[in-house]
Design a protein around this ligand. Structure first.
Ligand code: FES
Length: 166
């Protein structure tokens, strides 16, 4: 059964309490983050429906938001998610080559996850770190000034050590 843990439910209710009656939808983004964190880093339809019921809104209102923002995953993802920026400044600094290189190394295309469940490759729009292009996000951290050598190091790091994502 889909249900927030007691601790998360407390957090959710606290978030909802910040808004007047009838405006619970305003808490949707942070509530989806909590949901994603609890439910294996992705938002399955029953999870989104559960969030809708808690916020007293229609499921479609949750789907609209969850499908709009790239930070919400709509299918299972790997332990390490490489979210590579592909917007103009990063593209001018070679993000296309970096995306292709990661794909080649891991044997996956953007949007796919390796069969061992270790890595997901995703392309995203500007992450506000254009001065460090090309770059990608991994968990809560940015990896900047990417080169093929750096990509090799990062993949090796993920395979051999427990990389902190939080
Ligand atoms: S264009 Fe890549 S971080 Fe802004």
């Amino acid at each position: 059964m889909i249900q927030f843990s007691e601790e998360n439910l407390k957090k959710v209710n606290e978030l909802i309490s910040h808004y007047p009656e009838g405006k619970q939808k305003s808490a949707l983004l942070p509530v989806l983050h909590i949901a994603q964190q609890q439910f294996d880093n992705w938002l399955d339809v029953p999870v989104m429906d559960y969030v809708a019921s808690l916020l007293n809104i229609l499921p479609i209102e949750v789907y609209e938001v969850a499908t709009f923002y790239s930070m919400y995953n709509l299918k299972p993802v790997g332990k390490y998610m490489f979210e590579v920026c592909r917007t103009g400044p990063c593209m001018l600094r070679g993000s296309d080559d970096i995306i292709a290189y990661i794909g080649e190394k891991l044997g996956i295309k953007p949007g796919e996850t390796t069969s061992d469940g270790m890595f997901t490759l995703k392309t995203v729009e500007c992450l506000g770190a254009c001065g460090y292009a090309p770059m990608m996000q991994m968990g809560k951290y940015y990896r900047e000034h990417l080169t093929k050598e750096k990509v090799d190091e990062i993949i090796e790091e993920c395979r051999t050590q427990s990389v902190n994502l939080n």
